[in-house]
Design a protein around this ligand. Sequence first.
Ligand SMILES: Cc1cc2nc3c(=O)[nH]c(=O)nc-3n(C[C@H](O)[C@H](O)[C@H](O)COP(=O)(O)OP(=O)(O)OC[C@H]3O[C@@H](n4cnc5c(N)ncnc54)[C@H](O)[C@@H]3O)c2cc1C
Length: 501
Amino acid sequence: MTSHPQLGDEPAAPPGAEAPTRALIERLQAIVGNEHVIVHPHQLKVYESDGLLQYAQRPRAVALPGSTAEVSEVVRACHEHEVPWVARGSGSGLSGGALPVEDGVLVSLTRMNRILDVDLANQRVVCQPGVTNIAISEAVGPEFFYPPDPSSQIVCSIGGNVAENSGGAHCFKYGFTTNYVCGLQVVLHDGTVVRLGGKELEHPGYDVIGAFVGSEGTLGVATEITVRVIPSPEAVRTLVAFFPTPRAAGEVVSDIVTGGVVPGAIEMMDNLTIRASNQMAGAGWPEDVGAALVVELDGAESECDTQFERVQAICSRHDAVDIQVAGSPDERALMWKMRKAAFPAMGRISPHYYVQDGVIPRSKLPEVLDRIDELAARYGLPVGNVFHAGDGNLHPLVCYDERVEGEAERAEELAGEIIVACVEAGGSITGEHGVGVDKKRYMSKMFSEADLEAFQKLRCAFDPTGRTNPGKVMPTPRLCGEVPGPYREHPLERAGLAERF
Ligand SMILES: Cc1cc2nc3c(=O)[nH]c(=O)nc-3n(C[C@H](O)[C@H](O)[C@H](O)COP(=O)(O)OP(=O)(O)OC[C@H]3O[C@@H](n4cnc5c(N)ncnc54)[C@H](O)[C@@H]3O)c2cc1C
């Protein structure tokens, strides 16, 4: 009988691998088991990119540890072999944060997907980093929920959320990931395991958890995360209102918020994204309108009802073409399905698209939307707009066809101009998707040299070797201080990921 080679039957290292590579891979295999180290080019392909497919890089190997002790040993092995490494959760990031380093190791946390403790008396959940965002609310519902709700919540991991300080539709009222993380177990650059915080909310000393949340995998890898969950609101009211133009919908957002109403969520979709989502979620929303606003109020029943009437009155005052109120949990779920389908649904109407992420002061919504329209017309590329309107967090979706020569480059340039427009309007280069590899070139548009130097010092305090997710966030990565003794080129310099000043 002939036995066919299986993808799992891999040699210890790729054929032709140099001795140091082979030694590292054999060590990784000894730590996590052969079946949890991936070196086959076909299998590595899956890990070449995160959700931002415009960037791709094959790592030397992917290690899938199953415990904090294994993560620590894997990272220690990389440290001792002087090999850079990158943590990866579900790979849904949209800024290239989990993009591997050439010849580096990718530490995938998907096997660490257990909820370790549900402590409802103290409103805390302790989980491993590979637990999906939605699994936390499912574990504590319906009485409690975990508010930060990225649209990718059915797949993205809580470890990725911590690294990106992720937000979502309900963050306008409830706050971002950083407002819910109270304890972390972290593996540092050399494999050392440290604990930051715990179940309690306040800790004396510097806010090291605050520094770690949003650090995009550059300070270490979180292997255990303690989050706060809160009681579910007594009542929820949801509506979708349709307007002739995005500008009119933008004015409604301003009026609702300045009128003292704090919606649980307030989300806008323009005509292009409505048409795309209709194809995927099938809600049959009108396609001859300029924009849809999904507004959700939650809280005490009586307060919700009064404020819901105020919101409907504001929508009518701004010439809403139609207002549909969710009359059942299914109708509410369909409205959210339309909103959450917006990114993937874009693929139905454009062969390729670039997801941009920027923030502007809410009051600037109408003028920035007009500016995006102007830019789209100038570049001759359609731009869909779907965003967390309450936060002023825009997600322009720049459509293009890679097969048309020069279109991909034009799309990237247009996406860049949109970001510059956000900064000029007093906003930020990213709302929630992070800087990663994609936005680092814009960091100096927001931060001075002194600011960047301070960031670098913080990073060096956690990782003086610079091998923890190198080449991300900082525009010109630097090494942390001089190495004593004669000059030897650092592996990151060789890889073009850092320079010496
Ligand atoms: C359709 C779609 C919709 C989205 N909607 C939203 C949204 O509404 N709001 C939002 O904020 N984001 C959104 N995102 C972006 C993305 O889902 C989030 O950034 C998410 O937090 C990434 O989680 P992940 O597990 O996929 O992380 P990955 O993509 O695997 O990694 C992201 C970063 O986190 C680091 N990292 C991962 N795990 C760890 C760990 N345990 N310790 C340290 N660092 C780690 C990685 O090195 C990388 O830098 C969306 C993405 C998609 C595809």
